[in-house]
Design a protein around this ligand. Structure first.
Ligand code: CA
Length: 631
């Protein structure tokens, strides 16, 4: 056990001032020194919707103290709870509705002394509660911070952290960081992205695989190999100034086995299965299946992902509150625009309902997207549509069913009467299941999947079709870093290959995708084309909210329309090897008499007579001419 730190005798205290000043700065700076008690969250704010606050104070022997709060107008203690470990104390507070910013002073007394703890209640940023999340007007970029750009070689190795950067180790850290991301925001903005989702940046003081980010060892601290909490906040502010929101990747389901909770859990039931590793069988249908046995539901939510990621027991109310407050703290502290929630359904279901409710209660216009890696739309829909006693569900979900269909459809030979484009057409029937299909996030790839370009057999035509589809269907599109320069990987899962360094992110890189130096002509073409597509999409009101009307693919051509009354788009996706003349009479419902159009990306005119000429491997976005939008 750690020694009891800096407790002073009562007489000494009577003479003196604060012994132990605890603030967010100190908690970060002194972490690991086995010293001062640390409060979690490290601060809070006045004027929150929910006036309750629960502090977990962590420190050697803190749980044996009698704790009081100095008389003040801001908050009062409503309850004190001791954990099973003596090194934690939970303090429930009620913050006054009209509280002004300022510090709370706690006195923690034991027979051998007394310590004081200063706790800041800060003012909220203006309009924080009304912050807007992401929606269908946005395009999300998923990147891995360790693999994107190394802006600060000085943090490649940090004392006290087992892993340092080694670019020759495919599964190790490579040195990318927050400064690298911040310095490349102009590139990200120019590409047309409006949201960036970095994989987790919080501390992963694990002995290996720490770049991955999903094995947290401190839920309140940015990993110093990426930068500091302040640098994260600075990155978010800089991004916002360039029109880019930041989506934080959060993991309520599990932690890393290097987290202090593993050796010293606050309560005996903090980790599932009594802290014993038992792998989940990933039976994700069980939690919604009306016929499932309880043992299988429990296996899904209580089984561990892997041995190095202990599963959190969110049925433990102190832990549930900790996790809810942790998420709200990051939204408020860092000024986030959204959350991406890892392994969503693996958490306790009742907890997820409450976690979602509390966040939405604080931030009614905020959005968050859950990961439920199932190709079964019924499984995904269940989360969006609600699950416990009719409570609202997760507002956004990752659309794995449609995204996997997209990759499969365009990765197989073009028999479009059965597979191929026909798959895309038939996938849309699933929208019957969703409460809000346009709030789903569809994607071409992510850090867990083989690269799109490789899945498509490095076929540039199929690549363009896939991305036009993603940009124009009623979904929020999400792309993966490097897709714009045709990065490749094996077509079976190979994490190291899927997460290669972005070219140009490291000093001395032979190829630099930020400047274009060294890109092949095809890569440069892809990058310029995607930049045009995504920037056009920002202005396309019919994509953002228009009706979707589509036609059964025939003769290798899939046609659909988007129409919001102001803009009418005709999207033509074709997989024929040669030019075909497409009869248009069948499309009268979508054309509404239009006889002309412009290619939305090149602005060249397109004639629409009894037929239209569809080039080989077409990925056409046509802006139909109307009386309000003449050609
Ligand atoms: Ca670095």
């Amino acid at each position: 056990m750690m020694r009891f730190f800096r407790w002073r005798s009562l007489t000494a205290f009577a003479l003196a001032i604060m012994v132990c000043m605890v603030s967010s700065a100190l908690s970060a700076a002194d972490k690991g020194s086995a010293s001062a008690p640390i409060p979690y969250p490290p601060n809070w704010w006045v004027g929150m919707h929910d006036a309750r606050l629960q502090l977990m104070v962590q420190g050697a022997g803190i749980g044996t103290s009698e704790t009081t709060l100095d008389r003040n107008p801001r908050a009062r203690i409503t309850r004190i709870v001791r954990g099973d470990s003596p090194n934690y104390l939970f303090i429930d507070l009620q913050v006054a509705a009209d509280a002004k910013p300022g510090d709370l002073i706690f006195r923690c007394a034991r027979k051998d002394g007394i310590a004081s703890l200063r706790y800041p209640l800060l003012a909220r940023a203006a309009d924080s509660a009304q912050r807007r999340g992401f929606d269908i007007r946005d395009v999300i970029l998923n990147l891995m911070p360790d693999r994107f750009a190394n802006g600060d070689p000085g943090n490649d190795r940090v004392a006290g952290y087992a892993e340092g950067a080694d670019r020759n180790n495919p599964g190790g850290r490579h040195g990318g960081d927050l400064r690298g991301m911040r310095d490349r925001l102009d590139y990200i903005a120019a590409m047309g992205y409006t949201m960036v989702w970095p994989t987790p940046l919080i501390e992963n003081a694990q002995t290996e695989y720490s770049y991955h980010g999903y094995a947290a060892t401190d839920l309140y601290r940015i990993d110093p190999r990426y930068g500091s909490n302040a640098e994260y906040r600075d990155f978010v502010a800089k991004a916002r100034s360039k029109g880019i929101g930041v989506i934080q990747d959060v993991v309520p389901n599990h932690i890393g086995d290097g987290h202090p909770w593993v050796k010293d859990p606050p309560t005996a039931d903090w980790i599932t299965l009594g802290g014993r590793f038992e792998p989940t069988r990933h039976g994700r249908t069980a939690v919604a299946d009306p016929y499932a046995a309880q043992v299988d539901r429990d296996d899904f939510t209580q089984g561990w992902f892997v041995a190095t990621m202990p599963d959190l027991n969110q049925q433990q109310p102190l832990l549930a509150t900790y996790l809810i407050q942790n998420t709200i703290w990051w939204i408020e502290y860092a000024d986030l625009s959204g959350l991406r929630v890892d392994t969503f359904g693996y958490s306790d279901n009742a907890f997820l309902a409450e976690w979602t409710r509390r966040i939405r209660e604080e931030y009614p216009n905020f959005t968050m997207v859950g990961e439920e890696w199932s190709a079964n739309a019924s499984v995904v829909a269940r989360w969006q549509n609600g699950w416990v006693d009719g409570k609202p569900g997760m507002p956004n979900m990752m659309d794995f069913p449609l995204s996997e269909t997209l990759r499969t459809a365009l990765g197989e030979p073009g028999n479009d009467d059965a597979g191929g484009l026909r798959r895309l057409y038939e996938a849309m029937i699933n929208d019957r299941l969703y409460h809000a299909p346009a709030a789903l996030v569809a994607f071409e790839g992510n850090h867990d999947m083989p690269r799109l370009y490789s899945v498509l057999g490095e076929n540039f035509d199929s690549y363009r079709i896939a991305l036009v589809y993603l940009a124009t269907v009623p979904r929020i599109p999400q792309l993966y870093y490097g897709t714009e320069v045709l990065m490749t990987s094996p077509t079976t899962r190979d994490d190291a290959a899927t997460r290669r360094d972005f070219p140009g992110g490291w000093a001395g890189d032979r190829v630099n995708a930020f400047t274009g130096a060294g890109l092949s002509p095809r890569q440069a073409e892809a990058q310029a084309w995607l930049r045009t597509l995504l920037n056009w999409r920002k202005t396309a009101s019919a994509v953002h909210g228009g009706r979707f009307l589509h036609y059964l693919p025939r003769d290798g051509v899939y046609v659909y329309f988007r129409d919001d009354g102001k803009q009418r788009l005709m999207i033509v996706l074709g997989r024929n090897d040669k030019t075909v003349e497409l009869p248009l009479v069948r499309f009268a419902e979508g054309l509404k008499g239009a006889t002309g159009a412009r290619n939305a990306l090149t602005r060249t005119p397109v004639a629409l007579g009894k037929t239209m000429t569809v080039p080989a491997h077409a990925a056409l976005v046509l802006d139909l001419c109307t009386s309000s939008r003449p050609c």
